[in-house]
Design a binder for this molecule. Structure first.
Ligand SMILES: Cc1cc2nc3c(=O)[nH]c(=O)nc-3n(C[C@H](O)[C@H](O)[C@H](O)COP(=O)(O)OP(=O)(O)OC[C@H]3O[C@@H](n4cnc5c(N)ncnc54)[C@H](O)[C@@H]3O)c2cc1C
Length: 644
């Protein structure tokens, strides 16, 4: 596969078409492209400069007339570029790239972040996160799961010439983006960032794509890289046991028809996701309900919701998308919500990518890469300051520090702007906990627009019983025809229901005992050659995309496999000391955040013991550095049996 280069399609459009495209392209990415095309940074030193790059705003706070001026300037440069034959420009000098980065960010970008962003953007098209084991006899690998992470693993293993097989319980790629077909399902991290760094997609039709488009993206990527030939579909891994004599894993799989088979592999990459096993709530007499009942991740498309009384149980990230998507079809919508959720205004949430931006991504060198930078910069790590609890802060539980309080006021204002004239609804929808304590949702007004409709009712009382045709709370009976359980996933039951048995016959679930943990979220002592992607401590609630995390993890796993290959086989695992030290630092960091604060009564971030095991508290740049290469002092590499 050719990595993504700065090369673009030649421009053949006449002046008026070019001008029209530039009118709706992103003005900052446009300037970045012009600097590439001309090799001249003079525009960056002119009087017009972005003033800020805030969350979900991409125009740099530039006045309309300044934007018009920059577009006019860009038009001249793009025309000249076209007339010269759209030749790929020479790479920019490093200092110019840095100057451009600071100009776009409207701030000085620290060197460590700049390094990270340059790797993400990969202006040179070198795909720096490829792995290489430098061996003709690399270890064999079994990958469990073919969602975003498993597919990434497959691509990297294939490129490195490592023999591998992927076992996937579904019949297609995509994981979360294959299974969640509920109405309204879409990504809530901007899509031009929620895609592999080495597989940008210039064709996304919306800034926050819907599930079918994401699924198509992953399927296309899988086919282009030829990974589909390595997947055993409709097969679930039930068990894996480490064979200390043979220094390999013995794996038991079960096919859809129930037949079991055994296989072996030197190493395992578990890529089973955190959000793959639906959580079905313990509602008394749920099975007494006579109509259809289904979970959001197991949407029953044969059920026609038109004219039905629908009870939507749960309104976190999925319910929040389902409500507005079905509200116009149903006769009535009951939304049962335990706690209200914070929403951040995002006018692009349901918007189509502008025609100009799509054109520019295909035709203007550097445009798409710098657009990715804009998304990265405004979403990277800034929220960590909002989630850190100031123990002296008097505003608890509504906010956890001064920044959190300012953020809270902004979010309350967003609610007031929409339903300030409806105090009854206001009282129900303003959360009583600090922002980001639970997942922050992207919103363009559609949620409160949905709740404000006559035929919609938001119920905050707990459900105490279920009847044949009604949902029952302590003081009311709510007639319903269909129940949708938007009740999330068993996020804290990592690797459920597989049984993983490591050295000495210890089961991973017993070792974890409800406190799942892994060194860097990837490896565990006594589970040699066993690697996790999207494991404990790697989900993001403050920034970024899980794809970034998976790319970091896969590069790290590749380096561990290279250690094994250099070793001629054997096994690799973290030392107990490195593991313990990491887990202590990780939990200590998390304990100082709003996510673990006692004021957050219930959230899927919290396990039964009130601690947080799913999230990463690290700055992205720190996790990127931690996973750049295995620390030799933190690992034990055992020699292959013949040599020991
Ligand atoms: C509705 C929804 C919206 C989301 N939105 C975002 C977002 O906007 N931004 C973001 O960063 N993240 C989001 N996420 C998180 C999302 O899970 C990750 O971004 C990403 O999809 C994780 O990919 P994965 O491959 O690690 O896991 P998954 O996508 O969950 O894939 C796991 C795969 O493993 C397979 N599998 C599981 N167990 C076994 C087994 N025992 N044997 C064989 N196969 C098995 C599953 O069938 C599945 O295909 C969202 C999740 C959901 C559910």
């Amino acid at each position: 596969m050719t990595p993504y280069p700065l090369t673009t399609e030649p421009i053949v459009e006449p002046d008026d078409a070019v001008e029209s495209a530039l009118r709706t392209a992103n003005v900052l990415a446009l300037v970045a492209s012009v600097v590439h095309i001309t090799g001249d940074p003079a525009v960056l030193r002119g009087p017009i400069r972005p003033r800020r790059l805030a969350f979900n705003e991409f125009d740099g706070g530039l006045a309309e007339e300044d934007q018009t001026e920059l577009r006019r300037f860009a038009f001249g440069a793009v025309k000249a570029f076209r007339d010269r034959g759209s030749e790929t420009p020479s790479p920019l000098e490093g200092p110019v790239v840095r100057e451009l980065m600071d100009w776009l960010a409207a701030a000085h970008v620290d060197d460590d972040y700049a390094e990270l962003f340059l790797e993400e953007m990969d202006l040179g098209g070198n795909d720096p996160r490829r792995i290489d084991v430098h061996s003709t006899t690399p270890p064999s690998v079994l990958v469990i799961g073919c969602g975003m992470s498993g597919l990434l693993a497959g691509i990297r293993l294939k490129e490195a010439g490592i023999p591998f097989e992927i076992v996937e319980k579904n019949d297609d790629v995509g994981g979360a983006w294959y299974e969640n077909t509920y109405p309204g399902c879409r990504v809530d991290v901007a899509n031009h960032y929620y895609c592999y760094s080495f597989e940008p997609n210039h064709g996304f039709s919306e800034y926050f794509s819907r599930q079918p488009e994401l699924h198509t993206y992953f399927r296309d990527v899988m086919r282009r890289h030829g990974v589909d030939r390595h997947v055993r579909w409709r097969t679930e891994v039930e068990r894996a046991e480490w064979d200390e004599e043979g220094l390999l894993w013995r794996i038991t799989t079960r096919a859809l028809d129930g037949s079991r088979s055994e296989m072996t592999a030197a190493a395992i990459i578990s890529a089973v996701g955190q959000l793959n096993r639906p959580h079905i709530p313990d509602i008394p007499n749920l099975d007494h309900f006579a109509g259809p009942v289904f979970h959001s991740a197991q949407w029953d498309s044969t059920v026609d919701l038109r004219g039905k009384r629908v009870a939507l149980i749960g309104a976190g990230a999925s319910g929040f998308q389902i409500g507005p998507a079905i509200v116009d079809d149903v006769e009535s919508l009951l939304v049962f919500q335990r706690t209200a959720q914070w929403m951040i205004p995002n006018r692009l949430y349901h918007e189509a990518v502008s025609a100009g931006s799509r054109w520019a991504m295909r035709h203007l060198p550097g445009y798409a890469r710098w657009y990715r930078f804009l998304l990265l910069w405004q979403a990277t790590d800034k929220m960590l300051d909002v989630v850190r609890v100031d123990p002296t802060w008097p505003g608890l539980p509504g906010s956890v520090n001064a920044l959190s309080e300012r953020f809270r006021q902004r979010l309350v204002q967003w609610i007031e702007e929409q339903i300030g004239d409806n105090p009854e609804l206001m009282a129900k929808v303003i959360p009583d906990y600090a922002p980001l304590g639970k997942r922050l949702l992207q919103d363009d007004g559609s949620w409160l627009g949905c709740l404000s409709q006559e035929h919609v009712e938001l119920v905050r009382e707990p459900i105490v019983d279920m009847e044949e045709h009604a949902v029952v709370t302590a003081d009311r009976r709510y007639p319903a025809d269909v129940i949708v359980l938007a009740t999330g996933f068993r996020a804290n039951d990592f690797l459920f229901p597989m049984e993983i048995v490591g050295r000495g016959g210890h089961s991973l679930h017993d070792v974890w005992n409800g406190r799942p943990a892994a060194y860097l979220g990837i490896t565990m002592p006594d589970f040699p050659n066993f690697f996790l992607m999207f494991g404990p401590g790697t989900n993001l609630a403050h920034a970024g995309s899980v794809i970034f995390q998976s790319e970091c993890q896969m590069r790290y796993i590749g380096a561990c496999l290279a250690l094994l290959a250099r070793n001629g086989g054997g096994s690799v695992e973290p030392t107990a000391a490195a593991f313990d030290d990491y887990v202590e630092r990780w939990q200590n960091e998390l304990s100082q955040t709003v996510w673990a604060h006692p004021s957050i009564g219930h959230s899927w971030y919290k396990a039964a013991d009130g601690c947080v095991y799913v999230l990463s508290p690290w700055r992205l740049v720190d996790y990127w550095k931690m996973t750049a290469t295995p620390d030799p002092t933190a690992h034990i590499v055992h020699p292959p049996r013949a040599a020991s």
